[in-house]
Design a protein around this ligand. Structure first.
Ligand SMILES: N[C@@H](CCC(=O)N[C@@H](CS)C(=O)NCC(=O)O)C(=O)O
Length: 198
Protein backbone atom coordinates (compact mmCIF):
# COMPACT_ATOMS: atom_id res chain seq x y z
CA UNK A 1 0.00 0.00 0.00
CA UNK A 2 1.13 3.54 -0.77
CA UNK A 3 0.16 6.62 1.20
CA UNK A 4 0.45 9.79 -0.87
CA UNK A 5 1.20 12.59 1.59
CA UNK A 6 3.37 15.56 2.41
CA UNK A 7 5.30 16.18 5.60
CA UNK A 8 3.34 19.35 6.44
CA UNK A 9 -0.15 18.11 5.61
CA UNK A 10 -2.21 17.90 8.82
CA UNK A 11 -4.78 15.66 7.14
CA UNK A 12 -2.04 13.22 6.17
CA UNK A 13 -0.55 13.53 9.65
CA UNK A 14 -3.70 12.05 11.18
CA UNK A 15 -3.13 8.89 9.12
CA UNK A 16 0.60 8.82 9.77
CA UNK A 17 0.22 9.24 13.53
CA UNK A 18 -2.48 6.60 13.69
CA UNK A 19 -0.33 4.09 11.80
CA UNK A 20 2.59 4.72 14.12
CA UNK A 21 0.42 4.46 17.22
CA UNK A 22 -0.75 1.09 15.89
CA UNK A 23 2.85 0.09 15.19
CA UNK A 24 1.97 -0.31 11.52
CA UNK A 25 4.10 2.40 9.92
CA UNK A 26 6.03 -0.22 7.97
CA UNK A 27 2.85 -1.64 6.43
CA UNK A 28 2.38 1.43 4.27
CA UNK A 29 4.91 3.11 2.00
CA UNK A 30 4.77 6.89 2.41
CA UNK A 31 5.14 8.75 -0.89
CA UNK A 32 5.80 12.45 -0.52
CA UNK A 33 4.27 14.56 -3.31
CA UNK A 34 3.04 18.04 -4.15
CA UNK A 35 -0.65 17.42 -4.89
CA UNK A 36 -0.84 20.59 -7.01
CA UNK A 37 1.90 19.56 -9.44
CA UNK A 38 0.37 17.89 -12.52
CA UNK A 39 3.79 16.49 -13.48
CA UNK A 40 3.58 13.98 -10.60
CA UNK A 41 0.68 12.15 -12.28
CA UNK A 42 -1.10 12.24 -8.92
CA UNK A 43 -4.34 13.48 -10.47
CA UNK A 44 -4.67 10.10 -12.23
CA UNK A 45 -4.48 8.45 -8.79
CA UNK A 46 -6.79 10.92 -7.03
CA UNK A 47 -8.82 12.99 -9.50
CA UNK A 48 -9.74 15.38 -6.67
CA UNK A 49 -6.02 16.16 -6.34
CA UNK A 50 -5.84 16.07 -2.53
CA UNK A 51 -3.66 14.28 -0.05
CA UNK A 52 -3.76 11.99 1.81
CA UNK A 53 -4.68 9.23 -0.62
CA UNK A 54 -4.13 5.55 0.06
CA UNK A 55 -3.51 3.28 -2.94
CA UNK A 56 -4.20 -0.37 -2.20
CA UNK A 57 -2.39 -3.24 -3.86
CA UNK A 58 -5.58 -4.08 -5.83
CA UNK A 59 -5.48 -0.67 -7.53
CA UNK A 60 -8.24 1.02 -5.52
CA UNK A 61 -7.34 4.39 -4.03
CA UNK A 62 -9.11 5.57 -0.89
CA UNK A 63 -9.33 9.34 -0.49
CA UNK A 64 -10.32 11.67 2.39
CA UNK A 65 -8.30 11.40 5.58
CA UNK A 66 -11.20 10.18 7.72
CA UNK A 67 -11.98 7.33 5.30
CA UNK A 68 -8.31 6.40 5.05
CA UNK A 69 -8.00 6.33 8.86
CA UNK A 70 -11.10 4.18 9.28
CA UNK A 71 -9.98 1.76 6.58
CA UNK A 72 -6.52 1.28 8.08
CA UNK A 73 -7.82 1.12 11.65
CA UNK A 74 -10.30 -1.62 10.66
CA UNK A 75 -7.66 -3.50 8.75
CA UNK A 76 -4.90 -3.39 11.36
CA UNK A 77 -6.62 -2.92 14.72
CA UNK A 78 -10.23 -4.02 14.32
CA UNK A 79 -11.29 -0.38 14.61
CA UNK A 80 -9.68 0.17 18.03
CA UNK A 81 -8.84 3.83 17.36
CA UNK A 82 -12.42 4.68 16.38
CA UNK A 83 -14.38 2.60 18.89
CA UNK A 84 -14.16 5.18 21.72
CA UNK A 85 -15.21 7.86 19.25
CA UNK A 86 -18.16 5.95 17.83
CA UNK A 87 -19.46 5.15 21.33
CA UNK A 88 -19.34 8.72 22.63
CA UNK A 89 -21.00 11.64 20.85
CA UNK A 90 -18.70 14.06 22.68
CA UNK A 91 -15.64 12.43 21.19
CA UNK A 92 -17.24 12.26 17.76
CA UNK A 93 -17.80 16.01 18.05
CA UNK A 94 -14.07 16.47 18.65
CA UNK A 95 -13.38 14.68 15.37
CA UNK A 96 -15.69 17.14 13.61
CA UNK A 97 -14.21 20.16 15.36
CA UNK A 98 -10.72 19.09 14.35
CA UNK A 99 -11.70 18.60 10.72
CA UNK A 100 -13.51 21.96 10.71
CA UNK A 101 -10.48 23.72 12.18
CA UNK A 102 -8.34 22.32 9.38
CA UNK A 103 -10.86 23.13 6.65
CA UNK A 104 -11.33 26.70 7.88
CA UNK A 105 -7.60 27.06 8.55
CA UNK A 106 -6.89 25.97 4.95
CA UNK A 107 -9.38 28.50 3.63
CA UNK A 108 -7.66 31.18 5.71
CA UNK A 109 -4.32 30.17 4.25
CA UNK A 110 -5.57 30.15 0.67
CA UNK A 111 -7.21 33.53 1.21
CA UNK A 112 -3.97 34.96 2.61
CA UNK A 113 -2.02 33.63 -0.39
CA UNK A 114 -4.49 35.08 -2.92
CA UNK A 115 -3.35 38.23 -4.65
CA UNK A 116 -5.47 40.61 -2.66
CA UNK A 117 -8.84 42.05 -3.55
CA UNK A 118 -11.24 44.36 -1.79
CA UNK A 119 -12.78 41.70 0.43
CA UNK A 120 -9.66 39.65 1.23
CA UNK A 121 -9.25 40.87 4.82
CA UNK A 122 -12.90 40.27 5.50
CA UNK A 123 -12.69 36.65 4.35
CA UNK A 124 -9.48 36.01 6.29
CA UNK A 125 -11.09 37.36 9.45
CA UNK A 126 -14.28 35.40 8.85
CA UNK A 127 -12.51 32.04 8.45
CA UNK A 128 -9.99 32.79 11.18
CA UNK A 129 -12.77 33.58 13.65
CA UNK A 130 -14.26 30.14 13.00
CA UNK A 131 -10.88 28.52 13.64
CA UNK A 132 -10.62 30.36 16.96
CA UNK A 133 -14.17 29.50 18.04
CA UNK A 134 -13.57 25.82 17.29
CA UNK A 135 -10.26 25.90 19.18
CA UNK A 136 -12.14 27.40 22.13
CA UNK A 137 -14.54 24.47 21.93
CA UNK A 138 -11.57 22.07 22.05
CA UNK A 139 -10.21 23.97 25.06
CA UNK A 140 -13.47 23.23 26.89
CA UNK A 141 -13.20 19.48 26.35
CA UNK A 142 -9.44 19.02 26.54
CA UNK A 143 -8.65 16.06 28.84
CA UNK A 144 -6.49 16.30 31.96
CA UNK A 145 -4.39 13.41 30.73
CA UNK A 146 -4.32 10.84 27.94
CA UNK A 147 -3.12 7.29 28.55
CA UNK A 148 -3.85 5.81 25.12
CA UNK A 149 -4.80 8.28 22.37
CA UNK A 150 -7.83 7.52 20.21
CA UNK A 151 -8.76 9.06 16.87
CA UNK A 152 -10.29 12.14 18.52
CA UNK A 153 -7.04 12.88 20.38
CA UNK A 154 -5.02 12.40 17.20
CA UNK A 155 -7.28 14.62 15.09
CA UNK A 156 -7.49 17.40 17.71
CA UNK A 157 -3.73 17.59 18.25
CA UNK A 158 -2.91 17.40 14.53
CA UNK A 159 -5.35 20.26 13.89
CA UNK A 160 -4.17 22.51 16.73
CA UNK A 161 -0.50 21.87 15.95
CA UNK A 162 -1.01 22.77 12.30
CA UNK A 163 -2.80 26.03 13.14
CA UNK A 164 0.13 26.92 15.40
CA UNK A 165 2.53 26.10 12.54
CA UNK A 166 0.76 27.92 9.69
CA UNK A 167 -0.89 30.73 11.62
CA UNK A 168 1.62 31.50 14.40
CA UNK A 169 0.33 35.08 14.73
CA UNK A 170 -2.85 33.69 16.30
CA UNK A 171 -0.79 32.41 19.27
CA UNK A 172 -3.50 29.84 19.79
CA UNK A 173 -1.94 27.95 22.68
CA UNK A 174 -1.02 31.04 24.73
CA UNK A 175 -4.62 31.59 25.78
CA UNK A 176 -5.72 27.95 25.85
CA UNK A 177 -3.79 26.18 28.62
CA UNK A 178 -5.77 22.94 28.53
CA UNK A 179 -5.42 22.58 24.77
CA UNK A 180 -1.76 23.45 25.14
CA UNK A 181 -1.32 20.61 27.65
CA UNK A 182 -3.13 18.20 25.34
CA UNK A 183 -0.86 19.14 22.44
CA UNK A 184 2.39 18.97 24.39
CA UNK A 185 1.51 15.69 26.12
CA UNK A 186 0.77 13.97 22.83
CA UNK A 187 3.66 15.56 20.95
CA UNK A 188 5.98 13.87 23.43
CA UNK A 189 4.87 10.48 22.07
CA UNK A 190 7.10 9.07 19.31
CA UNK A 191 4.23 8.79 16.79
CA UNK A 192 3.48 12.51 17.11
CA UNK A 193 7.10 13.67 17.47
CA UNK A 194 8.07 11.88 14.25
CA UNK A 195 5.37 13.60 12.19
CA UNK A 196 5.37 17.22 13.36
CA UNK A 197 5.10 19.85 10.61
CA UNK A 198 8.03 22.14 10.04
N1 LIG B 1 -11.02 16.72 3.27
C1 LIG B 1 -9.71 16.31 2.87
C2 LIG B 1 -8.78 17.53 2.80
C3 LIG B 1 -7.40 17.18 2.27
C4 LIG B 1 -6.63 18.42 1.82
O1 LIG B 1 -7.19 19.51 1.64
N2 LIG B 1 -5.31 18.25 1.64
C5 LIG B 1 -4.50 19.34 1.15
C6 LIG B 1 -3.09 19.24 1.68
S1 LIG B 1 -3.00 19.55 3.40
C7 LIG B 1 -4.38 19.23 -0.36
O2 LIG B 1 -4.19 18.16 -0.86
N3 LIG B 1 -4.51 20.36 -1.06
C8 LIG B 1 -4.35 20.41 -2.47
C9 LIG B 1 -5.44 21.19 -3.15
O3 LIG B 1 -6.46 21.47 -2.52
O4 LIG B 1 -5.27 21.49 -4.32
C10 LIG B 1 -9.18 15.23 3.81
O5 LIG B 1 -9.62 15.19 4.97
O6 LIG B 1 -8.38 14.38 3.37
Amino acid sequence: MKLFMSGNSPYARKVRVMLRELDQADSVQEVSINPRDPATGFWDINPVGKIPALSLDNGVTIIESDHVCRYLDDRFANGAMHKPVDRDAGRLRILGLAQGILDKGMLTRVEKQRKGGPDQDEFVKFHQAAVCRALDALEEVAPDSVSVPDMADIAAVCAADWVGFRHPELEILDTRPRLSGWVSTLNARPAFAATRPG
